[in-house]
Design a binder for this molecule. Structure first.
Ligand SMILES: [Ca+2]
Length: 205
């Protein structure tokens, strides 16, 4: 026959196993894609048109350095969450896309204050048809660690600078929409509390 101590040990083991099996692991979640509430611009016309996907465009034809800085994305990532990745997307086109005249990325970063992420610019010519381009992703934090407070900050900025190559300046860069998705894992303090509670109950007997 089983003695009481070994029975208790089995109970404890069973409770711990149950806790491990029934409590879900930390869930990967996401917010977005969110659109910017504010777009600032050096050198682009109609920047607010890039807030909505509607085939109406912000546009510019200047030299390198022009572009859009989108912010106020309205994220509310919970405190303590781990930011796993950030996806930034732009729907854009150019009216020329050949060797002598084209538009391409200039400088593509995420930014808060003076802190900027790595640059994800792709220098391939943009297409003539309006098309989405994606930067970063589910498991890509752009070479930085972000806190929920930083991503939720209204000044958290998706900076999208463009280069337009054309002389005379008849090529234009057109941007329909900019949006950002944040992937994160929520902190799960309840798991720890449940395990402690089971352990305490089991050992009191
Ligand atoms: Ca638009």
């Amino acid at each position: 026959m089983s003695t009481r101590p070994s029975s208790n040990i089995r109970s404890i083991a069973a409770l711990l196993l149950l806790a491990a099996l029934t409590v879900s692991p930390a869930l990967a979640e996401s917010q977005g894609p969110n659109s910017p509430g504010v777009i600032e611009t050096p050198g682009f016309t109609s920047p607010d048109e890039a807030k909505v996907e509607d085939d109406v465009f912000a546009y510019g034809n200047g030299t390198s350095g022009n572009g859009l800085s989108a912010k106020s994305f309205g994220f509310s990532i919970p405190e303590g969450a781990i930011i796993n990745g950030i996806l930034a997307q732009v729907k854009r086109k150019s009216n020329y896309s050949d060797e002598s005249r084209y538009s391409c990325d200039g400088f593509v970063t995420l930014k808060l204050g003076e802190e900027s992420s790595e640059d994800k610019a792709d220098y391939a010519p943009w297409p003539l048809e309006s098309t989405w381009a994606s930067y970063g992703g589910q498991n890509d934090t752009w070479g930085k660690s972000w806190t929920p407070a930083q991503v939720n900050d209204p000044d958290f900025t998706f900076t999208f600078m463009v280069s337009v190559f054309s002389w005379p300046p008849i090529a234009y860069a057109y941007i329909d929409h900019m949006k950002v998705t944040v992937y994160y894992t929520e902190a799960t303090p309840p798991v720890t509390r449940l395990r402690n509670s089971n352990w305490r109950n089991a050992t009191i007997r």
